[in-house]
Design a protein around this ligand. Sequence first.
Ligand code: TYD
Ligand code: MG
Length: 471
Amino acid sequence: MAKSSASYVCQSCGAATAKWAGKCESCGGWNTIVEEGAAPPLGSGATRRSKGRRFPLEDLKTEDAPPPRRVTGVAEFDRVTGGGLVAGSALLVGGDPGIGKSTLILQALGEYAKAGGHAVYISGEEAMGQVRMRAARMGLSAAPLMLGAATCVEDILATIEAGHPPGIVAIDSIQTLWTGALDAAPGTIAQVRTASFDLVRYAKASGAALILVGHVTKDGQIAGPKQVEHLVDAVLYFEGERGHHFRVLRAVKNRFGATDEIGVFEMTGKGLAEVANPSALFLGDRASAAPGTAVFAGLEGTRPLLCEIQALVSPTSYGTPRRAVVGWDTGRLAMILAVLDAHCGLGSGAGVGIGASDVYLNIAGGLKIGEPAADLAAAVALVSSFGGEPLPRDSVFFGEISLSGDIRPVPQAESRLKEAAKLGFKSAFVPKGTRVEAAGLSLTEIASVADLLRFGPQAGSRPVRRATIES
Ligand code: TYD
Ligand code: MG
């Protein structure tokens, strides 16, 4: 009989070896190799399977009503979850320590309880007194919320299973959980996964909506939310810059709603305040028009969002020019600079070109932008800073830039323009071919990046190197 092959498999990359080792030779991971039952070689005839049980296959038609939702009453939170928490589902809220996860969850549960729901909040990090003090600060002392401090999963499950079934259970945080079934220390991958799995199973069986809070850890010392992302139905990240007051709740996975939906909050002395009109917040009070700032009419999920893109181009004092980006993609900045260089001639000619200058790009307010539609606003901010000419103060920009220098249309131009008009902007620079009704806005179509020179260094003073590949 043929000898069966290796039975030690790396859990990270799947490489199989004949011997156990501390380090996987294939992916370099440490302690990832685990003994698995030896699989008989394929086609050896040794795979005698037991006879399977049949199960019915069905079509996609459904008579079931949509699953019931538990609406918390914190509108920004409900929007990001897709209209409330689904009964029996599990939601993971991740974020850096101190960003406000506990505050957000306490607020959502407090409001839910105030509206008559049965909510249980289990804190593994803070003592009951600390949670009560926080609730008092947030004006939630009177909310009929059930509070507990525990870290052992068996205890938590025994407690919630004994009482009246809760509508929402929140566990803060998964990193403090442990189960007696394992020897490993709390916070290890095995503990976090097993404990979370038990809680998710409880939620599915009982119909309670489960919220798990998880800290994102940079050094991987304790297992982060990534380890349980596959177990849960929805993953939300709570983000923000420490120096800024506002926080963004972003859906990255949602089996019951749209992803890339965001909720915007402001951290105040009395907990989180919902920001119904984020554009006004991100634009803040814009000072007098300065070169290098452009307003981008963006979109986050289904929601238009205006924000300011700031660029600074200055002569470099280093051998290699510096590039620093906050809130945007470094690779995308490099691409825009290359396109400006190739199609606007800003990288060459007399004096220091844009390619040989230090370039800093910042999204005001600490917002993060992932949309390619921001290309045009970033490019025009760069051109304006380079030329030292302020942009028209009451204008917004959007459009995607292709490598050929063309400006491509972007989705949902109409809602972007509506938001801009609502906030008092008078004109918009949009990709060529954007055919929309824009009440109260004058539209200027931009076909290629070469058209941006009108905002740049005294039009025509620099030689324009035309593209070698004409489309
Ligand atoms: P917290 O919710 O404890 O963060 P996490 O659970 O993500 O670790 O939030 C902690 C920060 O929020 C802390 O620095 C204080 C601040 N905060 C306020 O500014 N106002 C408030 O009303 C509350 C409750 C917290
Ligand atoms: Mg906390």
